[in-house]
Design a protein around this ligand. Structure first.
Ligand code: AMP
Ligand code: MG
Length: 522
């Protein structure tokens, strides 16, 4: 049986009260809170890779207790559950204390790889941070979080992981479109796994309250356990920490851009201090390459968190973190500026690296190369074209013996509809220029094709695929959840017989709720 510890509780101040009434919690980084039991927990799915990562054995997995713990009905030895206290900027405005309103960390486990991982239940009941909400999560959003955490991991994107998906047997009431039609939906709990779930918002809350002592305790805890290579706490170390978070965040967002992932709610309470993708809510994947697209209907007017805006929101969020760390940086503006510069530098370099690789180029060598990439973006955005299919298809074009003289089938197949001739002509011109450029790589085309297939996924968790799995699960059939998890394990491989999972969005899914547009309701 696994044995749990809780370094965060052991080394930082917590809330002296232990009731779950909503309240402002001052001078504390967390509140102890017990998960609220559920009626009939049932294991819908689990991720074998996370089981292995944690070193959980077969016997634990098969035990009746496993699902009870993952449903919040039982605890393993050493577990001391808590909810974290944090704040955040939501949609550009300071929102004050938020905190884990429905996420409860059970404890941390020393994994065979030497890393300690926290296990956190999302949807495990009310906490002092629940405000007026119920502390629960619905099955549809839990399926989405479970599948996407793992899909992202297998794509190589930094992310929190998901150990399990448990249906609670209880109903949860949600007004999915905030239009006055609340309905009962099945409840669920995802067990998330990460070295830490600390967010920018944990730091922001301390500073917003003028509690520099608490801020320092939090920063020192974070340095000691997650950034030990930066050295002992000092002004210079805090500055290095800030730059490193900026770097990781920039890398993360460049990676999102490269795979077409749109987070949907990049509030600072959803920004991991470790540079992980965290809090899968109304996220989505680009079908057609539209920089203006966001899956989040709650953000439909402003579209603050649209695909094309993620990079600058990342920078804005890094600036918020700089403001939060301001007292530790001894109010030296240059140190914040360095963090912001680090973000911009890293982001530019990573975008260049990732998109050149997607195009089979070892690097962007000159202005002409940069223009080639920019022309590609402009062309893709000018007419509805499936991003994933387009990039994946290029490995078939690169091996052609001559530059294409007509638009190849694989590229045509990526269109949603019939583009005007002028657009086709422009695409052909771009493809020919790109094909010529690939010849200068000095690498056999077959090798280039293999390298490109290793960075251009064939399978991503398209919104409509996830929604089909959700609909089936609502009808008692979990098999589509399992099937999707299986496919998303090997996103870069051809998987004969599973081509349907790589298909572009069907017309009927274009604007259907859930299939392409999602609210924050979860
Ligand atoms: P999110 O938009 O999911 O990142 O959540 C923002 C804040 O609302 C966080 O503090 C969450 O813990 C809280 N929250 C969201 N949904 C619920 C819920 N059903 N019950 C309690 N708190 C919630
Ligand atoms: Mg959140």
């Amino acid at each position: 049986m696994p044995h749990f510890t809780s370094r965060f509780l052991d080394s930082t101040p917590g809330d002296p009260l232990q009731d779950t009434r909503s309240r402002q919690v001052l001078g504390a980084l967390w509140s102890k809170v017990q998960p609220t039991p559920v009626s009939a927990p049932r294991l819908v799915a689990y991720a074998q890779e996370v089981v292995d990562l944690l070193g959980l054995d077969e016997q634990t997995l098969r035990s009746a207790e496993f699902v009870q713990v993952l449903g919040g009905n039982a605890l393993w030895p050493g577990m001391v559950p808590y909810a974290a206290n944090y704040g955040g900027h939501q949609f550009g405005n300071w929102a004050g204390q938020l905190g884990d309103g429905r996420a409860i960390v059970l404890g941390e486990l020393l994994a065979p790889n030497g890393t300690r991982y926290e296990l956190q239940l999302k949807g495990a009941g009310r906490t002092p941070y629940s405000r007026r909400a119920d502390g629960r999560a619905v099955l549809r959003s839990s399926i989405r979080e479970f599948l996407c955490s793992e899909a992202m991991h297998h794509l190589g994107v930094s992310t929190t992981r998901a150990l399990s998906l448990v249906a609670t047997g209880d109903e949860v009431i949600r007004d999915m479109f905030y239009d006055g039609h609340p309905e009962a939906e099945p409840g669920a709990i995802v067990c998330r796994v990460a070295p830490s779930f600390l967010r920018f918002g944990n730091f922001e809350l301390c500073t917003s309250r003028g509690d520099v002592g608490l801020l320092k305790t939090l920063a020192d805890y974070t340095l000691k356990h997650f950034y030990p290579e930066l050295g002992e706490p000092s002004k210079a170390t805090y500055a290095a920490f800030y730059r490193e978070v900026a770097r990781r965040t920039a890398r993360l967002i460049a990676h999102w851009q490269a795979v077409g992932f749109v987070h949907g709610v990049m509030n600072t309470d959803n920004m991991s201090i470790l540079g992980l993708t965290i809090d899968y809510g109304p996220y989505g994947w680009l079908d057609d390459f539209n920089p203006g697209w966001t899956p989040n209907t709650t953000d439909a007017e402003q579209r603050r968190y649209r695909y094309g805006n993620q990079p600058s929101i990342g920078l804005w969020n890094i600036e918020r973190l700089g403001v939060a760390l301001w007292p530790l940086l001894e109010e030296e503006e240059a140190l914040v500026d360095e963090g912001l510069a680090e973000y911009q530098r890293t982001f530019a370099a990573e975008m260049s690296r990732r998109f050149s690789a997607k195009l089979g180029l070892s690097s962007l060598e000159d202005e002409a190369d940069v223009a080639l990439v920019n022309d590609c973006f402009a062309w893709l955005a000018a007419y509805e074209t499936d991003m994933t299919l387009f990039f994946r298809g290029l490995s078939q074009v690169v091996t052609a013996p001559t530059a294409p003289r007509e638009l190849p089938r694989v590229v045509r197949d990526a269109f949603y509809g019939e583009p005007p001739e002028a657009h086709v002509a422009k695409g052909l011109e771009w493809l020919a220029a790109w094909w010529q450029r690939t010849r200068r790589e000095g690498v056999p085309p077959e090798t280039l094709a293999r390298q490109m297939d290793a960075v251009n996924p064939k399978y991503v968790l398209r919104n409509w695929l996830a929604q089909e799995a959700i609909d089936a699960a609502h009808n008692g059939d979990d098999s589509k959840v399992h099937a999707l998890l299986e496919v998303m394990r090997r996103p870069f491989d051809e998987q004969p017989g599973r081509e349907a999972y790589a298909a572009k969005r069907p017309e009927w899914a274009r604007s259907k709720p859930g299939f392409s547009a999602l609210s924050c309701s979860s």
